[in-house]
Design a protein around this ligand. Structure first.
Ligand code: SF4
Length: 347
């Protein structure tokens, strides 16, 4: 049976053609799936009983099961392990920030980019997620927030969970476009951020799509050699080309690009790296987000001291680079991406 979760209204209209329904029915069904928590046609009480039975015989609404859930002790962060029908599981995180609810979604089950500091890549990549599977992560959390009854909703989405989103380009774009639709979450493109390890051709392609989402680039080192040791993809798409593509994205979309920089003790937190980072980014419509590393046991990479983090931040500020340090959220619930999934894979 065809899974209709993740279809647009236009795609639904096409799928529903054999039933000769008026066009507005597709929109009603979309609203049930994406805004009203329907997990099956039986829930859709404004459709006739006969129609609900017919649709149940032709389609399924694929939604994941929640296999595990961890709440941080401060109550701000919840991590979910969601399992799809084929048994593939991914992590999705809800962060209750002062400015609203932000969620972080995965785009692939695992990842094969091989970044040295990342738990998501330890088991390689199982597969790309479909548009519906990526969207279902947002809808599961949106339904949960609505059920809590406090009038809360998903306010921002970061595409920064496991996987390299630009290696699953069409499905991720389908997801972004759906998030923006008023029959889904109606999010502005500005409240959606896509994070990439630097897949240069797709960065140029994304700039031309006419969807001005925020772009975040995982930089993590300001020079070629060091970045290649931390991020093997840097051998294929060198640092200078990544920064050039990011600059192009900022020029076309007029959106400030964020460079993510994981601070690792005695690896990339020295004065030399700070100086190189300044010269790489000076004069760009950009900001740097410093992320003191969440230690990954398998990787032996350590977090710098608080004094070192402060020093690095102040060096950038003193040299006119916009900089933020990521608030620590959820370190007590294994917030580094991939860690909860790995726990289940390792048994
Ligand atoms: S940091 Fe992102 S791109 Fe790199 S291995 Fe992890 S999930 Fe993949």
């Amino acid at each position: 049976m065809k899974d209709i979760f993740g279809l647009t209204v236009e795609e639904l209209q096409e799928a529903l053609q054999p039933f000769s329904l008026p066009k507005y029915r597709a929109r009603q069904i979309a609203e049930w799936m994406y805004q009203r928590g329907a997990t099956g046609f039986a829930d859709m009480t404004n459709l006739s009983k006969k129609l609900r039975e017919e649709l149940s015989g032709a389609f399924v609404i694929g939604r994941p099961k929640c296999k595990d859930r961890l709440d941080s002790s401060d109550g701000h962060t919840t991590k979910f392990l969601l399992e799809f029908t084929d048994g593939t599981a991914v992590e999705t995180v809800l962060m209750r920030q002062p400015y609203g609810n932000s969620i972080c979604v995965s785009t692939q089950a695992g990842c094969n980019m091989g970044c040295a500091f990342c738990a998501s890549t330890l088991h390689g990549m199982a597969r790309n997620l479909t548009t519906g599977e990526i969207l279902s992560q947002a809808i599961v959390i949106s339904d949960m927030l609505r059920a809590e009854g406090q009038g809360e909703s998903v306010d921002t989405v970061v595409i920064m969970g496991s996987g390299e989103p630009l290696m699953n380009y069409e499905n991720v774009l389908g997801f972004v476009r759906l998030l923006h639709e008023d029959y889904v979450l109606g999010l502005s493109y500005r409240s959606i951020t896509l994070s990439t390890s630097g897949i240069v051709p797709q960065m140029y392609k994304l700039a031309e799509e006419g969807i001005p989402i925020s772009l975040s680039v995982s930089l993590h080192a300001p020079e070629q050699e060091l970045r290649s040791t931390l991020m093997p993809i840097n051998r294929k798409y060198p640092l200078v080309d990544v920064v050039r593509a990011a600059r192009h994205y900022a020029e076309v979309t007029k959106r400030r690009v964020t460079y993510e920089y994981i601070l690792i003790d005695r690896v990339n937190d020295g004065e030399e790296q700070a100086r190189e980072l300044v010269s790489l980014l000076r004069g760009q419509l950009a900001s740097v987000n410093l992320i003191p590393i969440n230690p990954v046991a398998e990787r032996h990479l350590l977090r710098p001291s608080a004094a070192r983090i402060d020093w690095f931040e102040h060096y950038l500020t003193a040299h006119h680079i916009n900089v933020t340090v990521r608030r620590e959220m959820g370190t007590d619930i294994q917030a580094a991406c991939g860690q909860l999934r790995n726990k289940h894979l390792d048994g």
